[in-house]
Design a protein around this ligand. Sequence first.
Ligand SMILES: Nc1ncnc2c1ncn2[C@@H]1O[C@H](COP(=O)(O)OP(=O)(O)O)[C@@H](O)[C@H]1O
Ligand SMILES: [Mg+2]
Length: 404
Amino acid sequence: MIPPLFYLDRYRNEGTRTYSRHADYTEADVRYRPNTGVDHFPVPAFLVPTEELNLYLADPHPSLLDRFSEGAETLFFVHPQLLERPGDDPYLARVLSLPRAPREIWASPSSSTRTLYVRDSDQPHALKLHFPFRVSRYGRRMRDEVVEQAIDVSRELEAGVGAMDPDFAFLREVLGVTFRNLRPETPRGENWGFLVRELTPFPASGESRSLVPGFALYGRDFHDPAEEPLLYALLSDKNPKSFLLDEIMLPIIRHWVTCFLEFGLLLEPHGQNVLLETGPGGSIQRIVHRDLNLGVDNRRRRDAGLPTGGTNTYNRMESGAFSSVTYDKFMGGHFFDYLAACAGARFRNLDLADLRGACKEEFLDLFPDHERYLPRSVQYFSERRDRFGKPTFMDTGKAPDWRP
Ligand SMILES: Nc1ncnc2c1ncn2[C@@H]1O[C@H](COP(=O)(O)OP(=O)(O)O)[C@@H](O)[C@H]1O
Ligand SMILES: [Mg+2]
């Protein structure tokens, strides 16, 4: 039996955050972390006049939209830790001057900490909240331009999903709510809000399927560290090499390349952003991508004849550095290497070079023109930051492992 997503997302993630020196760092209070015994907590909600807000929509289910916005007032969610450590923030000050919503909403943390699974809703959804505390490398803000971009990406992927393989699915970000910018004269808007993510993969499969986070294949269980990795159960008596390649790695490479070529969007398929959709007996049906705060390669968008006007300053790319970060590091280093190591620990004759060789071939096949966009060597975050605190990129000088 495969445990449900809500369990796996919180409790099968032990020992996986070793891919960078920041990966297991968190400023989240113990009560709000995914891997604790706290089952759920109330999420503070306030009634904000809609005229003070920006609302971004990507085809939300009508009943979901009704829950949030009632015309003159909109429900505005704040992570409880922000109320305990408010700092100096004009938007939070405004929220706190407004009435609390009468009905309490309870939620449980997901693996990302600041995205919360809402309990007791007929329309399963999550709230991705502003969390200006560091988790891993970044402070986890939800600034307006980032929220708007996620909604734009959701809308674009929904409309263009026919260009993707049938084993591609994603979690739509259907509603974004942010404060209007109170300080338009500043170089970058710091107005923030939150996102609403539907939890039913799109396109709808119409069947009852389970979701397994990528990391849960090799992550240890929080309650029972001796528990076997889920990967071995899903593999059962299948050939490990063809299972890893045909059911996980090659489909994800195809998704990354098609998304790049068709939309100029940079999927970030690391172990936390990828969910495996499983059918009867644990067979993998589709790969579901979550988290649409994606980088956008404007060079590719121009070449593909797509508009570039909607891309914001934060996500917009004019070089291939971030493409390498997402493909070589997030997917290759932070996910495939862990999967391969876990499988290799049990199946001694599984050859890492074979897996990488097949992935390189697939990549070249799909993307013969890759040198036009991607750098020859692997790029990653440096320890330097720009004036807004965003890490800059650096050239590691290393040859890629999972592409030619
Ligand atoms: N195994 C993992 N691999 C990568 N990131 C992980 C893992 N487990 C937890 N995370 C966390 O996921 C977060 C990134 O997701 P985020 O953008 O905050 O939300 P979401 O994925 O819900 O959109 C980071 O804070 C990172 O620390
Ligand atoms: Mg994520």
